[in-house]
Write a protein that binds this ligand. Sequence first.
Ligand SMILES: [Zn+2]
Length: 68
Amino acid sequence: MPVFEYKCKNCGHITEFLEKADFHGEHICSNCRGQVMEKLLSTFSARISGSSSLTSSDSCPTGTCPLS
Ligand SMILES: [Zn+2]
């Protein structure tokens, strides 16, 4: 189950929630109990989008890969 980070719009505290992708329940700030939470992009997806690994996934960068 993935971890999503939500930032409280009331106090700015970031709380992590373990949840399914189709979860639509409430998120409550662990600091101030506020219920207005803004979903943050996970560090995982941010790292993927900024990487060049996707463009080189179907070709060998060094020419020595046995599967290429
Ligand atoms: Zn809060």
